[in-house]
Design a protein around this ligand. Structure first.
Ligand code: AMP
Length: 113
């Protein structure tokens, strides 16, 4: 249980949780890079997309749907937003628990790293 996101899932450390169900949890990023910066994660500890099995692939659709619903709630669906999944060290992944960033509320750079 040394995964920080597993600790959020277990309620052992606090987070500003906006949505949760039996498969996913969404909460505000602690270090926001945009006016709206949320994270959508599976409850299950899957380290990164590389470890996602074929049987679990529907989770990705669930995460995208959840992010889309939250974008509506945060009122950025019309203005636009970005969904990002960092994967592995060179992909910029810092927390080894699969997560999707939802960023919006300002003009985001057209470049991707
Ligand atoms: P990544 O670089 O893609 O692994 O992104 C990990 C994200 O998790 C970063 O944007 C961090 O700010 C965020 N983060 C780390 N710890 C927490 C936490 N306890 N609560 C909310 N967000 C966190």
């Amino acid at each position: 249980m040394d995964c920080i996101f597993c600790q959020i899932v277990a309620g052992k450390i606090p987070a500003d949780i906006l949505y949760q169900d039996e498969e996913v949890i969404a909460f505000r990023d602690i270090n926001p890079l945009a006016p709206v910066h949320l994270l959508v994660i599976p409850r299950k500890h899957i380290p990164s997309p590389v470890q996602l099995s074929e049987a679990e692939s529907s989770l990705m659709g669930k995460m995208v749907n959840t992010a889309n619903q939250l974008a509506k709630k945060e009122d950025i669906a019309e203005s636009g937003y970005r969904l990002v999944i960092n994967c592995g060290q060179q992909g910029g992944q810092g927390v080894p628990h699969l997560h999707m960033h939802l960023l919006g509320g300002r003009q985001l750079s057209a470049t991707l790293g």
